[in-house]
Design a binder for this molecule. Structure first.
Ligand code: BTN
Length: 260
C-alpha cells in the first residue's frame, strides 16, 4: 500500500483557502501529487504534506532523506494561464525567494540561496526544492513544487555532511504546521510576481542573497577538475554564470559544476 493514512483539511490563512492533504507516509509527495493531477482535476495550490517519505526525490535523480515527523516535506500544485518556458528561471527565483523570506523571518543566521535553489544557513543545507513542470508547446501550464526543509531533525547520516536543520542551528524547535502555512502564503505572494514587469525585481532579490555571489570561490567541473571563479549571475536559460581567472564569463548547467 502506498499511502498509510490520509487526512484532507481545508485551512484558512490570512489570504488563502488551502486544500491540504496530510499523509502519514508516502513514497514521494511530488510523485503522489503528480499522479493525482493525472487522474483528477486538482485545484490550484492543493498541497500534499507527509510525515514520512520512503522514496523522497531530489535534484539530479538523487534521493531526499528526512527523519519521519521531524521535518517539513510537501508538494504544492500550481497552474499557470500564460507562462512561457523561456521565463522558467523566474519561477525558480520566486520559489526559492518564498522559502528564503519565510525562513529569514525566523532570524536563522547567514541564510543564502545556493544556485539553483538550495537554502543554506552558515554553509549548511536546510532546504531542497524540486520543481517539476508540465509543458505544452512553449508554455509551462502547471508545476509541482516539492519542498523539503530540515526543521527539527538533530542527527544526519554522515553521507550527507552538508545537511543541517533549523533546530541544530538555532537550538529552537519549530511548529511544522505554522511554518507550512507561512510558506504557502509566501509561495502565493512570490508566484503572483511572475508577470513580466516584476521579473527584474525577482532577479535582483535573488542575486542579493545568492551564495558566493561576487566572491572568489573554488569549483569542480564535470570532469572533477578544480578551478577558481566568481559567481556573477544567472543566464537566460537558468545556467550559472561564473567569471573565470581569464576574466571570461562561462555558463554552467546543474551537472556541469559543483561548489567546493
Ligand atoms: C534537492 O535535491 O535538493 C531537492 C529535494 C526536494 C525534496 C522534496 S521533499 C518533498 C518533495 N517530495 C519529493 O520527493 N521531493 C521533494
Amino acid at each position: 500500500m502506498r499511502v498509510i493514512l490520509c487526512n484532507i483539511e481545508l485551512v484558512y490563512t490570512e489570504s488563502l483557502l488551502l486544500k491540504i492533504i496530510k499523509l502519514n507516509a508516502v513514497d514521494s509527495t511530488n510523485s503522489f501529487l503528480k499522479e493525482m493531477t493525472q487522474n483528477y482535476s486538482v485545484e490550484n495550490f492543493t498541497t500534499v504534506v507527509a510525515e514520512a517519505q520512503y522514496e523522497g526525490r531530489g535534484q539530479a535523480n538523487k534521493k531526499w532523506f528526512s527523519e519521519p515527523c521531524k521535518n517539513l516535506i510537501f508538494s504544492t500544485f500550481v497552474s499557470f494561464s500564460n507562462f512561457f518556458i523561456r521565463d522558467q528561471k523566474y519561477l525558480n527565483f520566486a520559489v526559492a525567494l518564498a522559502v528564503f523570506k519565510t525562513l529569514n523571518a525566523y532570524q536563522i543566521p547567514l541564510l543564502k540561496i545556493k544556485w539553483p535553489n538550495d537554502i543554506l544557513s552558515a554553509n549548511k543545507k536546510l532546504c531542497g526544492i524540486l520543481t517539476e513542470n508540465t509543458i505544452q508547446k512553449d508554455k509551462i501550464t502547471s508545476s509541482i513544487i516539492g519542498i523539503g526543509i530540515n526543521v527539527n531533525q538533530e542527527e544526519f547520516p554522515k553521507e550527507i555532511p552538508m545537511a543541517s536543520s533549523i533546530k541544530k542551528i538555532t537550538g529552537k524547535k519549530m511548529d511544522l504546521e505554522n511554518l507550512l502555512q507561512e510558506l504557502l502564503e509566501n509561495l502565493k505572494k512570490y508566484l503572483n510576481l511572475l508577470v513580466n514587469d516584476k521579473f527584474k525585481m525577482l532577479e535582483n532579490q535573488y542575486l542579493e542573497v545568492l551564495y558566493k555571489k561576487d566572491i572568489p570561490a573554488m569549483f569542480k567541473d564535470a570532469e572533477d577538475k578544480l578551478f577558481m571563479g566568481i559567481v556573477k549571475g544567472i543566464a537566460t536559460n537558468g545556467n550559472l554564470q561564473v567569471e573565470l581567472e581569464n576574466s571570461c564569463i562561462q555558463e554552467f548547467g546543474l551537472k556541469e559544476i559543483k561548489f567546493m
